[in-house]
Design a binder for this molecule. Structure first.
Ligand code: C5P
Length: 223
């Protein structure tokens, strides 16, 4: 798995983040959560009073914040202009606005460039990396030797996400996931798409350990 790139896409709650971190820890790889980058950019826009529904305003501001990612799977980090925003980016406000920001082509261009730099830096250091998001298998790293599309039933995804954000309102969580899925899959630029060359993995009936073991096996087979 030396220098390997593992690309993982899927909708929210499909188990991408836990799986990616688990695989990275199991094989001593780096880990990049690209959703956290879109969230960090969105947090900055909200904090600076940019109207996130105004694509031109978002486009004009994308270069202003400096987003830095820590890629250690045991302690992944995200900061904006040197400030750790790991907690802030999980807020309701950010979650409610991130799909609007991530639909802006200038935002995607900038973050995709940064993501490719992070991948190149890992490989230059002889390290492999697990990268997860919505357009990793299609746009960011289409040549990755391991490409996966994670799915799970809407109910299972809502259960998991509700546990993560500690809410008992699973129905509201499921509605929010459905809303974001729709926005993320229907946008013009790099929508979430499942391609034939990515291995589909339905995680509905599987434990995290089982999913991680399956992905590790694929990675080992790919070299
Ligand atoms: O993975 P997570 O749910 O944290 O991602 C938050 C949002 O960021 C997604 O709903 C999507 O709008 C956007 N995103 C994206 N492309 C990626 C990763 C995330 O558009 N590669």
């Amino acid at each position: 798995t030396e220098g390997i790139v593992i690309a993982i896409d899927g909708p929210s709650g499909s188990g991408k983040s836990s799986t990616s971190r688990g695989v990275a820890k199991a094989r001593d790889l780096r880990y990049l959560d690209t959703g956290a980058m879109y969230r960090a950019l969105t947090w900055w826009m909200l904090d600076n009073g940019v109207d996130v529904e105004d694509a031109a305003a978002v486009a004009a501001a994308v270069e202003r914040p400096v987003i830095t990612m820590g890629t250690d799977p045991n302690a992944p980090s995200v900061s904006v202009d040197g400030r750790d925003v790991a907690a802030e980016i999980r807020s309701k406000e950010v979650t409610g606005s991130v799909s609007a920001v991530s639909a802006v082509p200038e935002a995607r261009e900038l973050l995709v460039r940064t993501q490719r730099e992070v991948i190149a830096a890992a490989r230059a250091a002889g390290a492999g990396i697990v990268v997860e998001g919505r357009d990793i298998t299609t746009v960011v790293a289409p040549d990755a030797p391991v490409k996966l599309f994670l799915t799970a039933s809407p109910e299972a995804r809502a259960q998991r996400r509700s546990r993560e954000v500690r809410t008992s309102d699973v129905a509201a969580t499921q509605a929010d996931l459905a809303r974001r899925d729709k926005l993320d899959s229907s946008r013009t630029h790099s929508p979430l798409t499942q391609t034939a060359d990515a291995t589909e993995l339905d995680t509905t009936g599987l434990t995290l350990d089982e999913v991680v073991a399956l992905v590790v096996k694929l990675a080992d087979e790919a070299g």
